[in-house]
Design a protein around this ligand. Structure first.
Ligand SMILES: NC(=O)c1ccc[n+]([C@@H]2O[C@H](COP(=O)([O-])OP(=O)(O)OC[C@H]3O[C@@H](n4cnc5c(N)ncnc54)[C@H](O)[C@@H]3O)[C@@H](O)[C@H]2O)c1
Length: 255
């Protein structure tokens, strides 16, 4: 990541990234590792997690610690946070990144699939936050970054429950910023546009969709996961110490 900002305040900080094995989450894991933070990441994709750890180690970066955890399961989530706290004693930064944007039509949503999509896209952001807050309170500081999306502003179609969850994350961010601000815990939100992750390229980024993206964006190029990671690094660092309650759009100027 040479050529980009280095944040001395991130060195040695314990950073937890959910859904860190692939996509934007993996770029965030790599970004914090390059800042010499102690990165811990959670995911259900164990092979991808091992590949990422191996790659970072080969690049000479501090190896991140991986926990296999299905964040939709409350007990697993709580157990994993307990393991992190008993190993590191602290969580300085939490990036609530895990999600699933599987396509679904209005007609096919059932009460059960609604609950499942809310569990994977929204619920864990609240419960991860609540699980790490006592440690942040004891330390007298913390930075929490919630991944939302511009999908609810555009608004996107074909993913109504996902879009609803992503809108709720902005509200969650704002109320928690005020609940926790007195403890010097900051809560901010990042709203990416169309980011060219490996999954997006494989599943949705057809030539036709790419043309639509470039037409809607002011910048006539695809936005990369590493560019989102750099915004997250800033929000995690002490350089953004006065910033909380905010939602940052990173979308190449989508209209
Ligand atoms: N890529 C984009 O264009 C885009 C646009 C707007 C917002 N976002 C948001 O950015 C974040 C990252 O997006 P992405 O495109 O990298 O997503 P992705 O689907 O590529 O990766 C999400 C990660 O979360 C993990 N995950 C899914 N369910 C999980 C579970 N139950 N428990 C633990 N881990 C689980 C996946 O295994 C995966 O590694 C998400 O919050 C997404 O909503 C992405």
């Amino acid at each position: 990541m040479s050529g980009w900002a280095t944040y001395p305040s991130l060195e040695g900080r314990v950073v937890v990234v959910t859904g860190g094995a692939t996509g934007i989450g993996a770029a965030i894991v790599e970004g914090f590792a390059a800042q010499r933070a102690q990165v811990v990441f959670l995911d259900v994709q164990e092979d991808a997690a091992a590949d990422l750890s191996g790659r970072l180690q080969k690049d000479g970066l501090k190896p991140p610690v991986f926990f296999s955890c299905d964040l939709t399961l409350a007990d697993q989530l709580q157990e994993t946070v307990s393991k992190i706290l008993s190993r590191f004693g602290m969580v300085d930064v939490l990036v609530n990144n895990a999600a699933n944007d599987a396509r679904h039509s209005v007609d096919e949503v059932t009460p059960e699939s609604w609950d499942q999509m809310m569990a994977v896209n929204l619920k864990h952001q609240f419960f991860m936050t609540r699980a790490v807050v006592p440690a942040m309170r004891r330390a007298g500081r913390g930075s929490i970054i919630n991944m939302s999306s511009i999908s609810w502003v555009i608004p996107s179609t074909g993913v109504p429950v996902y879009v609803t969850a992503k809108a709720a994350i902005v509200g969650l961010t704002r109320t928690l910023a005020h609940e926790l601000g007195g403890d010097n815990i900051r809560v901010n939100c990042v709203m990416p546009g169309a980011i060219a992750t490996e999954r997006q390229r494989r599943l949705w980024l057809t030539e036709e969709y790419k043309a639509e993206v470039l037409k809607r964006q002011a910048l006539k190029r695809l936005i990369e996961p590493e560019e989102v990671a750099r915004l997250v690094l800033f929000l995690a660092s002490d350089d953004s110490a006065a910033i909380t309650n905010q939602s940052y759009v990173i979308d190449g100027g989508w209209v």
